[in-house]
Ligand binder design. Structure first.
Ligand code: NAD
Length: 445
């Protein structure tokens, strides 16, 4: 799917017009390519006095082949600031002192990452205030960054310092191209963070189930999880059988034709995964439908269908996989919500309800799965270039593309990469998160 505005604005005439009229000028985002360097330059690392994550950041970067500087150079690919030492409002001045002189040195598609302590884990009022304030800084600086650069806040619980590797690698790399202005929590409650032997194939030996995998975002998730080494079981309704087979062949995976809303779907899934694969490690609930109408005009069938596919069937599958012990140790469940579930959307009361319910699913299951050393998280995509969004009327489509800090729509691969970060065995401390893949959309922000 092409973004006509981006093509136009990158053409000779388009560039001139965009500049003269002050129109948004989307940068072609840096995305992950196998074998390409993780980052196009050094990271500048700063900290509030007393920060506890500097050594860990340096070690993770060294492992990823990324140079870390503690004194500014002419240009930087990323600016990482350890704000865990901020215990009072006065300490927030450290943000200004670090970022103000070097923000202009951030290269195209650069990264700002601020590290803090989750305020809800603190007792001292001054420290809670200082740590909570980081959110406003990151969300605002994200809106000021230009040329495809992004900003994120990572709250790391005391004791979970060893669990930051997969998250830091993800955020610094092109894999997080369309993730912007997000707050991520890393805690000690999701089970061990098992660093993969080979970071380019972290899912080697794992089995991943992807529902709705015959096209769109689901097909991209299958591609990325297979690239990361997983055997992917692709699932879709029988009517999508040919497309499903094509995706499975492409990724060297297998197929399961199944309507996830059918009453026997959980039992059939359990049987299939147990008998063919001895269990499953990663479950991605991607299948989803829309049946848009304003509530006053909505037929009850449209309400029921959306709630059934997007939410109820997923809960039934989770319960069956857990009750039957089919989700293996270190298991990962990943939901696909939507910014419509956060911001709401006209004509989507059914869809918004279901997608907010997916967030509820993450909240409800996270502590349960943590006890078993497993995790559950969700992505909430914004405007992603798919057949679904291509069908949206032109004006609304262009507005959806441009109403975010990166002034463009995301690609299915951006959602898939975020899911692969959750799936990584090293993401054991990433549990209970809902990360938007929306270029810092203005909707619901
Ligand atoms: N495209 C976007 O911009 C966007 C934004 C936010 C969220 N999402 C969500 O991302 C997910 C994928 O979206 P997409 O744009 O790729 O949609 P899509 O319609 O292209 O793909 C959805 C897939 O789910 C399958 N499916 C539907 N009902 C099923 C059932 N009962 N059993 C098994 N499979 C079933 C469909 O056959 C289809 O292959 C959905 O959950 C969607 O709500 C998409």
């Amino acid at each position: 799917m092409t973004d006509r505005y981006q093509q136009f604005s990158n053409s000779g005439l388009g560039r001139a017009l965009v500049k003269r009229l002050g129109l948004p000028n989307p940068t072609r985002l840096r995305r992950y390519r196998l074998g390409a360097p993780g980052l196009d330059g050094p990271v500048l690392l700063g900290a509030c006095p007393g920060g506890r994550l500097g050594d860990q950041v340096t070690a993770v970067c060294a492992g990823a082949g990324i140079e870390v500087l503690t004194a500014p150079a002419a240009s930087h690919a990323a600016l990482v600031f350890d704000a865990t030492g901020a215990k009072a409002v006065e300490d927030l001045r450290g943000l200004y002192d670090f970022f103000h002189p070097v923000l202009r040195s951030l290269g195209a598609c650069g990264r700002v990452v601020v590290l803090g302590t989750p305020p809800e884990r603190l007792a001292d009022a001054g420290e809670i205030v200082a740590q909570r304030a980081l959110e406003g800084f990151v969300r605002s600086v994200g809106k000021e960054l230009v040329r495809g650069s992004t900003a994120q806040l990572v709250y790391v619980e005391p004791g979970a310092e060893q669990g930051i590797a997969s998250t830091l690698r993800f955020l610094l790399s092109g894999k997080s191209a369309y993730v912007d202005g997000q707050v991520i929590r890393i805690g000690g409650h999701g089970g061990p963070a098992v660093e993969p032997g080979d970071w380019s194939e972290p899912l080697a030996g794992k089995v991943a189930l992807v529902t709705g995998a015959s096209r769109g975002i689901g097909a991209s998730i299958a591609d990325v999880l297979a690239r990361d080494g997983a055997h992917v079981v692709t699932l879709d309704i029988p009517a999508q059988g040919d497309e499903l087979a094509a995706v499975a062949n492409r990724v060297g995976g297998s197929t399961l034709q199944l309507d996830i809303t059918s009453p026997d779907a959980p039992a059939r899934l359990v049987e299939h995964l147990r008998e063919r694969h001895g269990g499953v490690d990663v479950v991605v609930h991607n299948a989803g439908i829309t049946r848009d109408k304003k509530l006053v005009n909505m037929k009850e069938g449209a309400w029921d269908a959306v709630l059934s596919v997007n939410l109820a069937s997923q809960l039934r599958v989770n319960d069956a996989l857990l009750a039957e012990g089919v989700l293996r140790d270190g298991g990962r469940i990943i939901g696909v919500s939507s910014i419509a579930g956060i911001a709401g959307n006209t004509g989507q009361t059914n869809y918004g309800t279901s997608k907010a319910g997916v967030i509820g699913m993450v909240n409800a299951y996270a502590p349960v799965l943590a006890e078993r050393g497993m995790t559950i998280n969700a992505v909430a995509p914004g405007f992603i270039e798919t057949k679904m969004t291509a069908a949206v009327p032109l004006f609304i489509r262009e507005a959806g593309r441009l109403m975010n800090s990166l002034s463009q729509g995301g690609l299915p691969v951006d959602v898939a990469e975020t899911i692969a970060w959750y799936a990584n065995p090293a993401s054991g401390a990433v549990n209970g998160n809902v990360v938007r893949v929306c270029g810092q959309s203005l909707l619901g922000a």
